[in-house]
Design a protein around this ligand. Structure first.
Ligand code: HEM
Length: 136
């Protein structure tokens, strides 16, 4: 033994607080989108009932963050870019999505290192969705 401490690496899913943590973030995100007039254009793209969308984003984040994979297996695969390709995501609504997500991440107090990683990764995805919208 040389005294080296072997740190057990926790998945982002564990860091965020498992099923409860993911749900808390998703609920905060759609609550922000639903109540802040800055995000009205984004809100109007969504169905009046956000319930099924809340469940979907919870399932997606669970898998994306390294948690249980049931949601994606039940759906028989899922491509986030394809799902958004026909939604006419603009630069403006893409920015609203990311701003609302940042508000939610801050509100629920995601651990800072993970918060930064999520900000970068989701920011790139959201931007790419807008680029596809513009290209058509
Ligand atoms: C990283 C960025 C994003 C992620 C991870 C994400 C995730 C999701 C997920 C998981 C769904 C549910 C899909 C399904 O059940 O089939 C969804 C639906 C949707 N998303 Fe996104 N999304 C992102 C960005 C955006 C952006 C930028 C917009 C608009 C500007 C947007 C608008 C929508 C809309 C309109 C729906 C349909 C929901 C409804 O009908 O109520 N998303 N998104």
């Amino acid at each position: 033994m040389d005294g080296t401490v072997i740190e057990e690496k926790r998945s982002p899913y564990e860091v965020i607080g498992g099923a409860e943590g993911v749900r808390r973030l998703v609920d905060a995100f759609y609550d922000v989108m639903d109540s802040n007039p800055d995000y009205i254009a984004l809100r109007e793209m969504h169905e009046p009932d956000l319930g099924p969308t809340r469940d979907s984003l919870t399932g997606f984040f669970t898998v994306w963050l390294g948690g249980p994979r049931e949601w994606i297996e039940k759906r028989g695969g899922f491509c986030i870019m394809s799902r958004h390709a026909k939604m006419n995501v603009t630069k403006e609504t893409s920015r609203q999505w990311m701003d609302a997500m940042r508000d939610a991440i801050r509100q629920v107090g995601v651990e800072p290192e993970l918060a930064e990683k999520m900000d970068n990764a989701l920011g790139q995805l959201a931007e790419a969705m807008a680029w596809r919208g513009k290209a058509r």
